[in-house]
Write a protein that binds this ligand. Structure first.
Ligand SMILES: C[S@@+](CC[C@H](N)C(=O)[O-])C[C@H]1O[C@@H](n2cnc3c(N)ncnc32)[C@H](O)[C@@H]1O
Length: 227
């Protein structure tokens, strides 16, 4: 997974080699029935941290790559959330949660590519993408689109496994890479790639990189748009 070769490591973990739209849809059609069972516990700390970070920005929130909608259950009733994803199969499960749990704060569940969002400029207080950005072939393009629909002063909130850029943690990740690659994790996508994106644009600042339980393997990353 390099800057020019897209994100094949994480993509292949999820069952496809070329992370194009149709292979992502096929892969998540297969994942959908077992996704919550597999990931609910492991991703809970990140989900809760992302929801809190989004609410700290305001009440109008866009979830990109919302999947089966596990995070939708975490928002309070007085906010307004729109959930989007490429995969109709994943979103059907999100819609079922909205219906069965009467999640009135969810104002829309929409099949949509995160790289081409059908919303006006500056429409959201926060744009949240959990376990998604490393699956996108052009993460910087997706980030530009998140930036477009975000209001000035709002934040892009990402939760993912991001590799460390140096130090003991990076050495540890290198050492265990052959082992963890067997279960599909990759540390090739570094937080510095997001910092580089923000610096190139000039209107975003990386404001937080917060390691999450368990073991700091997942991180919450917040990037703020200039107000
Ligand atoms: C690992 S799942 C994470 C789902 C959810 N965010 C969670 O944390 O439970 C990744 C999701 O990203 C979606 N996805 C991948 N590429 C996308 C894109 N370009 N636009 C929108 N969604 C995308 C997939 O369909 C899938 O539902």
């Amino acid at each position: 997974m390099g800057a020019t070769s897209g994100n094949g490591d994480d993509a292949s973990r999820h069952g496809f080699n070329q992370p194009d739209i149709s292979s992502i849809k096929k892969a998540y059609a297969r994942w959908a029935p077992v996704y919550d069972l597999t990931y609910r516990r492991l991703t809970a700390p990140g989900r809760r941290a992302a929801v809190q970070a989004g609410l700290a920005c305001g009440r109008t929130i866009l979830e990109v790559g919302a999947g089966t909608g596990m995070s939708l259950e975490e928002y309070p009733g007085d906010c307004s959330v729109i959930a989007t994803d490429l995969s109709e199969d994943m979103l059907k499960l999100a819609m079922r949660k909205v219906r069965e749990q009467a999640l009135g704060h969810v104002k829309g569940v929409v099949v949509m590519d995160g790289c081409h969002l059908g919303f006006p400029d500056g429409a959201f207080d926060a744009v949240s993408a959990q376990m998604m950005i490393t699956l996108v072939p052009d993460p910087e393009g997706a980030m530009d689109e998140f930036a477009r629909v975000l209001r000035p002063g709002g934040e892009i909130i990402l939760v993912n496994h991001f590799g460390a850029d140096g130090g003991a943690q990076a050495r540890l990740e290198e050492a265990v890479a052959p082992l963890v690659s067997k279960v599909g994790w990759s540390s090739a996508f570094k937080v510095s790639r997001l910092d580089d994106w923000a610096r190139r644009r000039g209107d975003f600042t990386l404001v937080a990189v917060q390691p999450l339980k368990p073991f700091g393997f997942f991180k919450l990353v917040r990037l703020r748009k200039a107000g």
